[in-house]
Write a protein that binds this ligand. Structure first.
Ligand SMILES: Nc1nc2c(c(=O)[nH]1)N[C@H]1C(S)=C(S)[C@@H](COP(=O)(O)OP(=O)(O)OC[C@H]3O[C@@H](n4cnc5c(=O)[nH]c(N)nc54)[C@H](O)[C@@H]3O)O[C@H]1N2
Ligand SMILES: Nc1nc2c(c(=O)[nH]1)N[C@H]1C(S)=C(S)[C@@H](COP(=O)(O)OP(=O)(O)OC[C@H]3O[C@@H](n4cnc5c(=O)[nH]c(N)nc54)[C@H](O)[C@@H]3O)O[C@H]1N2
Ligand code: SF4
Ligand SMILES: [Mo]
Length: 740
């Protein structure tokens, strides 16, 4: 038995940024629990955080680089791997230019320091217009609406959960997701606290989720129609003289004019929400001194994503709740400098995609067009792809097409710890170390936290021999695409941990000649010192449970980057898009539409290889309302075939009143039964890939975001349980397989 030691670090799996208390024995994490002394999470932990040790110790995790030889991925050393990368990438760049390359950046990049600091230099060095990320299957509409309203796509107000008395939540299910674009460890606890202090929260969702079940009220809404509902509220605020915007807001009257056609009686038809309730909601939001509207995935990944995201904040601004305690407020992260209150503003379309002519947004193109760029011949056809921490084969629309497209690339390199549905196409896979061997600072989420705080976690364990720090991996890739001589990238394998931070500060990342001359901790320290609280990295190291920086404070007008120095309530591009919304008012609704869902023990596509997180009942079911089930002659446990414009899958039916009639739900991130991967646990619990059904041709035009909710589908019965040959009574073979 080795000696036990305790270490503290931030959980890197989701946006809640909980503090973990780890027990270390013999160089392994043997237990993970909530850090009770953590200033932000106060001991909260979810089942994913509790499996931290299993995630880091996963035997399927890659620990050495892989190179594909004769259809097989074989282990090689780092120098050889980078030689193969150079031999694959350089000729493409030299022959066809930078636009023949593309890069896809996945979600975990916002949870690593390497992602926060070393991707921009890599993307810049690559010099391609073909930059893609998970943002365009997620929150891009919010960046765009905030970009136009506040002048910066990063100025995103969050609901002041700890002080609000009335929270209207649309398309978010924090009981499962733990929250997003609102970093709030123990989000459920904070919601319950609203009720305990006499307040309310109301959930708008086509599905009665766990969050909806705990809410004071749940309103079903037809998928994709929240913009109508919110416009109905805005209409009422004007019609009944309830507007109360702050002096920093301009464009109020213009919004009133736009809302004219969206009276509650009109939008009620489309949304399914009673007109009277829409009207009374407007009155309640206006009357409450501390009310907030908050929208997430269900308001972004829809055809009017940017309009919906905008209208959320229009209601907040009109009711006087923007930048007010208990309303929505702008967090102030420790590494971000205060602004001057005005700026150049925000625009999109600085370049366009080659095939579909889609505008650039925030330096990237919609991932919905990645397959077009790979498949469509031409001089600047994408021939080489870099992926970092992404699994687009499961996470992006019409993924079967993307899967085929990736197979046709002349070169692909992935920075990823797993050989999975995406990286199996890579010629080279470069695995980063697991989280316990990395320093951690939340560059993204400290700027989205519902209370200001700071936390840094040094690496808990040293790098394993023969592994390479993720910052170094990205720095070496950057050197290769820049065409610089391959420096013998600092091998980080021999670094000791205790003084890792200091060692880091003393070294130059990736060796001399690399674009980035500072190490991550050095860069962080400099940013903290220049930040609004004048902190140092050492102070963060000395406070392993975090440093509380107090409740959110009003930041208008300092946070603004608009040329006017005002909140632009009615930006022209958004006003113009209202025409598209108006046109949809009279559209015949689809009879059956698909939406997604999340489960507490999943994390997009990549944590299904942890036994504790996949045990139990099959969760990848097609939820169907009893009325639809009867109409389609389906009963619980049947297999059904689901077909959309782009694809067909079959899934196990779960009949439930949780989804409203006309709506079916399937989670995303499943479909692990493809050859050539190395995730044994996931492969034994494969589920089906819902993104085989989502349509890459339909996007929210202002943000380029994919439409992943509200997909028209047709469903027909495949096999009844008792018709499956040799099926044991009461269970189908696949149900048995996943039972414990
Ligand atoms: N239908 C539907 N589709 C969706 C969604 C939906 O609601 N419905 N949600 C969308 C959303 S919100 C998102 S964010 C995307 C996610 O889309 P992606 O980011 O493409 O997918 P993930 O499943 O998060 O895959 C993360 C990858 O990163 C790897 N990884 C994990 N940790 C690290 C690390 O420390 N370093 C590196 N380099 N790699 C690491 C994993 O092995 C995995 O390959 O999916 C989107 N897709
Ligand atoms: N356990 C777990 N936690 C996660 C993740 C995970 O995969 N698993 N992923 C993380 C990531 S990357 C993100 S971005 C966040 C997302 O965080 P959330 O946005 O809270 O995620 P979801 O649970 O997908 O909740 C979206 C809700 O929108 C509803 N919905 C769908 N369409 C519509 C619509 O048109 N209108 C309305 N009003 N509602 C609609 C769905 O029924 C669903 O309940 O979660 C993060 N946390
Ligand atoms: S809620 Fe998120 S941050 Fe907290 S323990 Fe769970 S996965 Fe980790
Ligand atoms: Mo996400």
């Amino acid at each position: 038995m080795g000696e036990l030691r305790t270490a503290y670090r931030t959980c890197p799996f989701c946006e809640a940024a909980c503090g973990l208390e780890l027990t270390i024995e013999d160089g392994r994490v043997v237990a993970a629990r909530g850090d009770r002394e953590h200033v932000f999470s106060h001991g909260f932990v979810c089942p994913k955080g509790a499996t931290f040790g299993q995630v880091t110790d996963d035997p399927d995790r890659l620990r050495r680089p892989l190179v594909r030889r004769g259809g097989e991925h074989v282990e090689v050393d780092w120098d050889e791997a980078f030689e193969v990368v150079a031999a694959g990438l350089r000729p493409v760049i030299e022959t066809y230019g930078p636009h023949a390359t593309a890069i896809y950046l996945g979600n975990p990049n916002v949870h690593t320091m390497a992602g926060g600091l070393y991707l921009s230099p890599l993307v810049k060095a690559l010099g391609t217009r073909n930059v893609f990320s998970a943002s365009t299957v997620d929150q891009m509409p919010k960046h765009v609406s905030c970009g136009y309203m506040f002048g910066s796509p990063l100025a995103i107000p969050v609901p002041d959960l700890d002080r609000t008395d009335l929270l209207l939540m649309l398309g978010a299910n924090p009981w499962e997701s733990n929250g997003s674009l609102a970093t709030a460890a123990d989000f459920p606890g904070r919601l319950k606290a609203i009720q305990e202090r006499g307040g309310r929260f109301i959930v708008v969702d086509p599905r009665k989720t766990r969050t909806a079940a705990h809410a004071n009220e749940h309103l079903f809404i037809r998928p994709g129609t929240d913009a109508f509902l919110l416009f109905g509220i805005v209409h009422t605020l004007f019609a009944d003289n309830l507007t109360n915007p702050s002096p920093y807001v301009e464009g109020v009257a213009a919004v009133g004019e736009l809302a004219a056609g969206f009276a509650p009686e009109v939008v009620s038809q489309v949304t399914g929400v009673p007109a009277e309730r829409i009207r009374s909601l407007a009155h309640e939001l206006a009357a409450s001194p501390r009310a907030a509207v908050y929208g997430r995935i269900g308001t972004c990944t829809v055809e009017f994503g940017t309009l919906t995201s905008w209208l959320v904040d229009v209601v907040n601004a009109l009711t006087g709740n923007l930048d007010r305690p208990g309303g929505v407020m702008f967090p102030l992260a420790p590494h971000v400098r205060r602004g001057s209150g005005s700026g150049k503003g925000f625009r999109t379309g600085r370049w366009h995609s080659r095939v579909r002519g889609l505008p650039e947004v925030k330096g990237e193109l919609p991932v919905a067009t990645l397959a077009d760029e790979i498949e469509t011949p031409g001089n600047e056809q994408v021939r080489a792809l870099i992926t970092v921490a992404g699994n687009p084969v499961l996470s992006t629309p019409n993924s079967a097409r993307l899967d085929r497209a990736l197979a046709g690339l002349s070169f692909m390199v992935s920075v990823d710890p797993y050989l999975n549905e995406t990286t199996r196409h890579a010629d080279v896979v470069l695995p980063p170390p697991d989280a316990v061997r990395k320093g951690h600072y939340d560059f993204s989420f400290l700027g989205l936290a519902v209370r200001n705080f700071a936390a840094y976690s040094p690496p808990v364990l040293p790098l394993l021999p023969g592994s390479m720090d993720e910052c170094d991996i990205l720095a070496r890739l950057e050197a290769i695409v820049s065409g610089r001589q391959l420096a013998a990238g600092r091998s980080t394998a021999d670094r000791s941990t205790a003084d890792h931070a200091e060692a880091h500060q003393a070294t130059t990342h990736g060796g001399s000649g690399h674009g980035t001359t500072a190490d991550p901790e050095g860069l962080l320290d400099a940013a903290l010192r220049a930040g609004p609280y004048g902190l140092t990295l050492q102070q963060l190291i000395d406070n392993p449970h975090g440093i509380d920086l107090g409740p959110l404070e009003p930041r208008l007008p300092e946070v603004l980057r608009t040329p006017s120095g005002k909140v632009e309530l009615c930006p022209a591009p958004l006003a113009a898009d209202v025409e598209r919304l108006r046109a949809a008012l009279n559209r015949e609704p689809d009879s059956l539409v698909l939406i997604g869902r999340r489960h507490l023990r999943s994390n997009n596509s990549w944590m299904h290889n942890v036994p504790a997180l996949v045990k139990g009942r099959d969760r990848c079911t097609l939820q169907l309302n009893p009325a639809d089930a009867a109409r389609l002659d389906l009963v619980d446990g049947d297999d059904a075939q689901v077909t959309s414009r782009v694809g067909t899958i079959s899934a196990r039916v779960e009949v439930t009143y949780a989804v409203m009639p006309g709506v079916v739900s399937l989670p995303h991130g499943w479909g692990h039964d493809v050859p050539g991967t190395r995730q044994t646990v996931a492969a034994a619990h494969p589920g089906v890939n819902s993104n085989v059904l989502t349509d890459e041709s339909v996007i929210d035009p202002l943000s380029g975001n994919s439409v992943l909710n509200g997909i028209p589908v047709e469903i027909k019965p495949l096999a009844r349980r008792d018709e499956v040959p040799n099926a044991p009574q009461g269970a189908t073979p696949s149900q048995q397989q996943t039972k414990v």
